[in-house]
Design a protein. Structure first.
Length: 216
């Protein structure tokens, strides 16, 4: 690695990458209601926290530096590769960008953004018709957009874990669960038995591999 090129303190990259991913997600999700904005805001906060450590200041590496230097004395803590902690902890050799977890992260990210886009397209047209969204990914799970956000967050955690984002992740899971529960209550009130029938045959978050389950 070229040590003349700084690995951190690149705040323009923090701003640029955060903006790119937030705008990318925004173009797919298109928040409209207060609940939508809360969902999207939490996602945006996670993204900013991630890129601040990836290119700005490596807080996790700083806090773990003593232990890392003892456990991995040959590790250059100031290198960008050191931030790929899963690769270091698992003892992977070579460029971490080509490691299994890094490649898996791209799969999670790609499918997450694809699911987010597909779900929004179905939901948008259902809202225009004032009907229940039951086609596309909504035919398999009741909350594909929340699942999409979780997949994207998991993808980033596989690629670049930090103490802050690892702490934020379970909090976001609980928040999305509560938002999903609130949304279901509203759908039951709006669509009544139609939604009850849909909910009975469609899992909440995890699609059934065989016959559709009657619970989430």
């Amino acid at each position: 690695m070229n040590h003349d090129v700084p690995a951190y303190g690149l705040w323009m990259l923090v701003i640029f990458n955060s903006a790119i991913f937030i705008m990318f997600a925004f173009s797919f999700f298109k928040p409209q209601t207060a609940r939508d904005w809360k969902t999207f805001g939490a996602f945006a906060a996670f993204i900013v926290a991630l890129f601040v450590e990836m290119y700005g200041f490596p807080l996790t590496i700083y806090l773990m530096s003593g232990w890392l230097q003892t456990k991995f004395p040959s590790l250059d803590l100031l290198s960008h590769d050191a931030g790929h902690l899963w690769s270091t902890l698992l003892g992977e050799k070579g460029d971490p960008h080509f490691g299994f977890l890094h490649i898996a992260s791209y799969v999670f990210l790609g499918f997450g953004f694809f699911l987010l886009s597909s779900a929004w397209n179905v939901l948008y047209h259902a809202q225009q018709r004032n009907t229940l969204a039951v086609a596309g990914p909504y035919a398999r799970i009741r909350h594909p957009q929340y699942v999409a956000f979780v997949l994207i967050l998991l993808g980033f955690l596989l690629q670049w874990p930090t103490l802050l984002t690892l702490l934020m992740f379970p909090v976001l899971l609980v928040m999305y669960l509560k938002l999903a529960t609130t949304e279901e209550a509203e759908m039951r009130k709006q669509f009544g038995s139609t939604y009850e029938t849909y909910a009975a045959r469609t899992p909440r978050f995890i699609p059934s591999l065989g016959k559709r389950a009657s619970s989430a």
